[in-house]
Write a new protein. Structure first.
Length: 446
C-alpha cells in the first residue's frame, strides 16, 4: 500500500501539471514568449514544468536523407537502406492522402504490414481522433471507443469551418464524462502517444489516463485559437489511453496516434470518402506545413482522381493545373520528401442506352477518367514525381474491370468503382513490389 506522503507527493505533481498547462494556454498579457518545445514528455515531472508555444509542433528525429529532383523516390530508398543496414534508430514515415480508396484502410494497412514485416513494426502512427471517421478507416492495430457527446466534421468541403490537420478531421466533445478510448491490440503496445488539441477561448478541460492511471486536469482554453500538440514519450509500454472531458466547455481534437520508439516503418493513411485533390487545400496550411516539417515523410502518396472523374466537363488541362498547384504546395512544405502519384484506378458506371450500351455488360468508364489519368501522368513527368498506375490491378479498361467483379477472389465491388478488401490488399502488394524494385532502391547514398 502506498504511503500517505507518496500519495500526497504524486497529487502535488499532478496539480502542478494541470496548472502549468492551463496557464501556458492562456494569454496573460505579459508579452513573454513561451519557450519552444525541445522534445516530448518523458515523465510527469517534465510535463509539469512545460511552458509550451502552442503553435509549435515539436520535431521528431527522423532517418536522415536528401531529396533529389531527378530521383523522386531517393528519400525512401536512402531511408530504407539505413534501416536494412542497421544504421537507423528512428521510424521512416510513408504518408498517404486520398479519397475512399484510402479511407477504406485495407490498402494502407496491407502496405504497412508489408513494410513492417521487412523493416520493423512500430505501430500505426497518427489517425483521425476518436470515432470521427468511420470505424473501417482505423488500422487493425487499435480499437477505439467513443462515449458521450461528440460531433465530427471533415475537411471534405471548403465551406466546413476548420481548422483541420493532417488527419483531415475534427472531433468536438462536450459533457462531463464524455470519453474516448484508444486501445492497442498489438502485444507490444506503445510508448509514444500524440494528441492534437485545439485551444480556443471557450475551450474546456479534459484528463488523460494511461492504463488506468489518471493524470491532471488540462484546460484547452486560451485567448487565441490555435492548435496545441501534446507529444508524450512514455517511460515504458502501455496498452490503453483514455481522454475524458470535465464538462466545463467544448474540447476539439484534430488527431491522435500511438507508436513505438525504434527503427521501423510507419505507414499512415489519411483518406475521406468523396475527397478530391482540392481537399488538401481545405486543411489548415500552417498546421499541415508544421506537421510535415516536424516529421518529414520519406514518401508522400497522393491517391485521388476517382471523384474528379465523375465530372463530364473535366478537361486534362484543368485537372493538371489543379494537381500541379497542390503538388507544388506540398513540395514547399516538405522539400526533403519524395512524392508519388497513384494513378486513379479504373472505374465505371452503367451506360445510359445508345451505342455501346451492351458492351462490357452495359458498363462504361466514368466520363472524366481519361482526362484524370492523362493529367496525372503529365504532372508526374513535369514535376518529377513517382508514378504508379492502378491499372496494374484493375486491368486498364472497363471490360477487364467488369470481369474482376466476378473473379475468384473477387477484386472489384459491384458498383465498379470501389475494390473489395482483397482488391485493395492486392493493390498494396503490387505497389510494394514496385517500390522494392532494384531500380527504385538503387539510390542509397546519404
Amino acid at each position: 500500500m502506498k504511503s500517505i506522503a507518496a500519495v500526497r507527493g504524486r497529487r502535488d505533481v499532478l496539480s502542478q501539471l494541470g496548472l502549468g498547462l492551463a496557464l501556458s494556454a492562456c494569454d496573460t498579457g505579459s508579452g513573454r514568449k513561451a519557450a519552444p518545445v525541445a522534445g516530448s514528455f518523458r515523465s510527469v515531472t517534465e510535463l509539469a514544468a512545460w511552458r509550451p508555444d502552442w503553435s509549435v509542433m515539436p520535431a521528431v528525429e527522423t532517418v536522415p536523407w536528401t531529396a533529389s529532383p531527378s530521383q523522386p523516390l531517393a528519400p525512401l530508398a536512402q531511408a530504407l537502406a539505413q534501416l536494412a543496414q542497421g544504421r537507423a534508430q528512428q521510424p521512416v514515415l510513408v504518408l498517404q492522402f486520398g479519397d475512399s480508396h484510402t479511407a477504406a484502410n485495407f490498402f494502407s494497412s496491407r502496405l504497412r504490414a508489408l513494410f513492417q514485416a521487412r523493416y520493423g513494426a512500430v505501430g500505426p502512427g497518427r489517425m483521425s481522433p476518436g470515432g470521427a471517421a468511420p470505424s473501417y478507416t482505423r488500422p487493425p492495430q487499435v480499437q477505439v471507443e467513443q462515449q458521450g457527446q461528440w460531433q465530427a466534421a471533415s475537411a471534405l468541403r471548403a465551406s466546413t469551418p476548420g481548422p483541420f490537420g493532417v488527419a483531415g478531421w475534427r472531433l468536438r466533445g462536450q459533457g462531463a464524462g464524455s470519453r474516448l478510448v484508444l486501445r492497442s491490440t498489438e502485444p507490444d503496445g506503445f510508448d509514444r502517444f500524440t494528441l492534437d488539441v485545439l485551444v480556443q477561448p471557450e475551450g474546456g478541460s479534459f484528463r488523460l489516463a494511461l492504463d488506468g492511471e489518471t493524470g491532471p486536469q488540462l484546460r484547452a482554453a486560451g485567448a487565441l485559437r490555435r492548435r496545441a500538440p501534446i507529444p508524450m514519450e512514455l517511460p515504458h509500454r502501455y496498452r490503453e489511453v483514455v481522454v475524458e472531458l470535465v464538462g466545463d466547455g467544448p474540447v476539439d481534437l484534430l488527431g491522435w496516434g500511438v507508436e513505438r520508439r525504434g527503427a521501423g516503418v510507419l505507414v499512415e493513411g489519411h483518406g475521406i470518402n468523396g475527397a478530391t485533390i482540392d481537399m488538401l487545400g481545405n486543411m489548415d496550411q500552417e498546421i499541415l506545413g508544421g506537421d510535415l516539417a516536424a516529421r518529414p515523410p520519406a514518401l508522400i502518396l497522393l491517391a485521388y482522381g476517382t471523384n474528379e472523374a465523375v465530372d463530364p466537363a473535366l478537361t486534362e488541362d484543368a485537372y493538371a493545373s489543379v494537381l500541379t498547384e497542390r503538388v507544388r504546395a506540398l513540395k514547399r512544405m516538405a522539400p526533403r520528401s519524395g512524392i508519388m502519384l497513384l494513378g486513379a484506378p479504373d472505374s465505371a458506371r452503367r451506360a445510359r442506352g445508345g451505342a455501346g450500351s451492351t458492351a462490357c455488360r452495359g458498363w462504361q468508364p466514368l466520363p472524366g477518367l481519361a482526362a484524370v489519368k492523362a493529367a496525372q501522368r503529365r504532372v508526374a513527368r513535369a514535376e518529377s514525381l513517382g508514378y504508379w498506375d492502378w491499372a496494374e490491378v484493375t486491368g486498364g479498361d472497363t471490360c477487364a474491370l467488369d470481369a474482376l467483379t466476378r473473379s475468384a477472389p473477387r477484386l472489384v465491388q459491384d458498383d465498379h468503382v470501389h475494390l473489395t478488401a482483397d482488391g485493395y490488399r492486392a493493390s498494396a502488394e503490387r505497389l510494394f513490389q514496385h517500390l522494392m524494385r532494384p531500380a527504385t532502391l538503387a539510390n542509397t547514398q546519404t
